[in-house]
Design a protein around this ligand. Structure first.
Ligand SMILES: [Zn+2]
Length: 237
């Protein structure tokens, strides 16, 4: 079974419990003797490691791993700080805002995003797309298709985080905050609507614009869910 490791914690004297996702489920498992230092599976301790694992008896609450093969390590051949920060941010986002039972819905996203980080090196954009995807699964979506008040798709003039989306000319009165530029409004729609992580048609979005949106999204998540995603600060400062 192909899995992505999300986190681990000590268990008894020598073992550790891992939280992970496969394409179809969120799961936990146990590695015996991994804390002894001589385990062949120490690489499993890096969050966002992708592995092929074989279970022993799955009837246990924490089924023990019989065999495991490393498919991808975030620490392999890549010393770029932004790359590691983007992966750290994706990891914290998955663990902090998505319910455990639904985390597996991000399996393909994590795979695709990691692949695209290496290929395109558009670290900020990919992390921001991932954040938008995770927000949707966590139920903190934003209206980026039409006016959040009247539903009109024309004459969109503002984006209001207070109201949760686009606002049209007719509905925008003085109380509606106008925090985003027109480029940033196109960007936020791009983040929530782009079908994949290939970063096509993203050339005119600057890192500054992406960072501005990420700051707003971080605040929005904090307001809605009470979760402070610290890794976003570390990533965009
Ligand atoms: Zn309107």
């Amino acid at each position: 079974m192909k899995i992505i490791v999300l986190s681990h914690s000590d268990y008894k004297e020598k073992d550790a419990i891992y939280d992970a996702i496969s394409e179809t489920e969120s799961l936990s498992f146990k590695l015996n003797h991994v804390k002894s230092g001589s385990s062949p599976y120490l690489w499993m301790n890096n969050p966002m490691t992708i592995a092929e694992i074989e279970f022993g008896d799955r009837r246990y609450k924490y089924p023990p791993v019989k065999d495991a093969k490393l498919l991808f390590s975030p620490l392999n051949d890549n010393s770029d700080f932004n790359y590691l920060k983007a992966i750290g941010m994706m990891n914290e986002t998955t663990l902090s805002i998505v319910d455990k039972s639904e985390r597996y819905l991000l399996f393909k996203d994590i795979e695709e995003a990691i692949d695209s980080l290496s290929k395109t090196k558009k670290y900020h954009l990919i992390a921001a797309i991932f954040l938008a995807r995770a927000m949707k699964i966590a139920g903190v979506d934003l209206q980026v298709d039409r006016c959040v008040f009247c539903g009109k798709t024309k004459d969109i003039v503002a984006f209001s985080f207070d109201d949760g989306g686009f606002v049209c000319k007719e509905c925008a009165d003085k109380t509606v905050e106008r925090t985003l530029s027109s480029t940033q409004m196109r960007l936020i729609r791009y983040l929530f609507r782009t079908p994949n992580y290939s970063c096509q048609k993203s050339e005119d979005y600057s890192i500054n614009d992406i960072v501005t949106i990420m700051r707003h999204l971080k605040q929005y998540i904090e307001d809605c869910l009470g979760v402070n995603l610290k890794s976003i600060d570390a990533f965009i400062k």
